[in-house]
Design a protein around this ligand. Structure first.
Ligand SMILES: NC(=O)c1ccc[n+]([C@@H]2O[C@H](COP(=O)([O-])OP(=O)(O)OC[C@H]3O[C@@H](n4cnc5c(N)ncnc54)[C@H](OP(=O)(O)O)[C@@H]3O)[C@@H](O)[C@H]2O)c1
Length: 273
């Protein structure tokens, strides 16, 4: 059985990968408590003594809005941390998969495919793209977008955040003129299962099959769970980014290379919820 070591296994995406793929692979989570990826000596020594075939690097500083206020830390974790992992994995001559994001595109000229040109616009996006540059051609890059899942207490994704606001009868102000591409984390895990077994050092997009405005997703959630749609107000992208910079406007991300697993769209997920 293939042995996959991974960082970020306590996070939103990684913890679901552990749950779903633990019968198909020997999964070896390396938590931050055991290895801080910014500590090169620790990364070198732990990876040296860990037996794995593929290293899945999920760990990152992921709070996009806060990233603008914590640039040094973001760059340290997402760039230096990725460089440490990359070097230690290559030292062992093993395979590396780096999880990246749709945010590396500026959202001005969609749609974005695997070979579209990145142009990151905020600190988080810049750091993730710098991570890609370290790995490119010598590792696999898998870009995901707006990952969500049915349940996970430690961190709310967009789906459970919007749902919980509406359930608490709190108003939501949603952008009507931007696009996001929600991706069901279970689909990411199943897509990764294929990529573990068919590794090659290329870029892949593992993303949901349809893009929506945030306003549309909130309405879909309200309709599905019989919640009050009148709580959902409207705003524009220009207004929104005044308070929360770093969000690409039209994050319509697509794939030409995922011909191995059909990813759900957000409506498919809600129907089967
Ligand atoms: N969430 C999104 O919207 C989104 C969208 C596109 C791409 N991505 C990418 O997908 C990947 C996973 O995201 P996620 O949402 O699952 O992240 P998450 O829930 O924020 O989890 C991040 C993980 O990274 C670990 N970590 C942070 N700093 C670390 C350090 N210095 N050393 C070791 N581990 C560290 C955290 O450990 P602790 O649990 O100990 O804090 C946690 O396990 C990331 O690479 C992210 O850039 C996420």
């Amino acid at each position: 059985m293939l042995k996959i070591a991974l960082t970020g296994a306590d996070g939103l995406v990684g913890s679901r990968i552990l749950e779903l793929l633990n019968k198909d692979f020997v999964l070896i989570p390396i938590p931050q408590t055991q290895m801080d990826i910014t500590d090169k000596a620790s990364v070198d020594s732990i990876l040296k003594s860990t037996d794995f075939d593929i290293f899945l690097h999920l760990a990152a500083y992921t709070n996009v809005a806060q990233a603008e206020l914590n640039k040094d830390l973001v760059f340290k974790i997402n760039i230096e941390g990725t460089r440490n992992i990359y070097k230690a994995v290559k030292q062992k001559n093993k395979k590396l998969i780096y999880i990246s994001t749709d945010f590396i595109f500026d959202g001005k000229n969609p749609p974005y495919y695997e070979d579209s040109t990145p142009n990151p616009i905020g600190a988080y996006a810049i750091s993730k793209y710098e991570g890609e540059k370290i790995v490119k051609d010598n590792g696999m890059i898998v870009r995901i977008a707006y990952p969500y899942r049915a349940s996970f207490e430690p961190k709310k994704d967009f789906f459970r955040t919007f749902k919980s606001y509406l359930e608490q009868k709190k108003p939501l102000t949603m952008i009507t003129d931007s696009l996001m591409t929600p991706t069901f984390i279970d689909d990411i895990a199943i897509g990764l299962k294929y990529l573990f077994n068919n590794y090659s050092p290329e870029i892949f997009h593992l993303v949901g099959s349809k893009s929506y405005s945030p306003f549309e997703t909130a309405i879909l959630i309200a309709e599905k769970f019989n919640l009050d749609k009148s709580l959902i107000g409207k705003t524009t992208y220009e207004e929104y980014i005044k308070n929360k910079p770093g969000l690409p406007k039209l994050s319509d991300i697509k794939t030409r290379k995922n011909n191995f697993y059909k990813m759900k769209n957000f409506e498919n997920f809600l129907v089967s919820y």
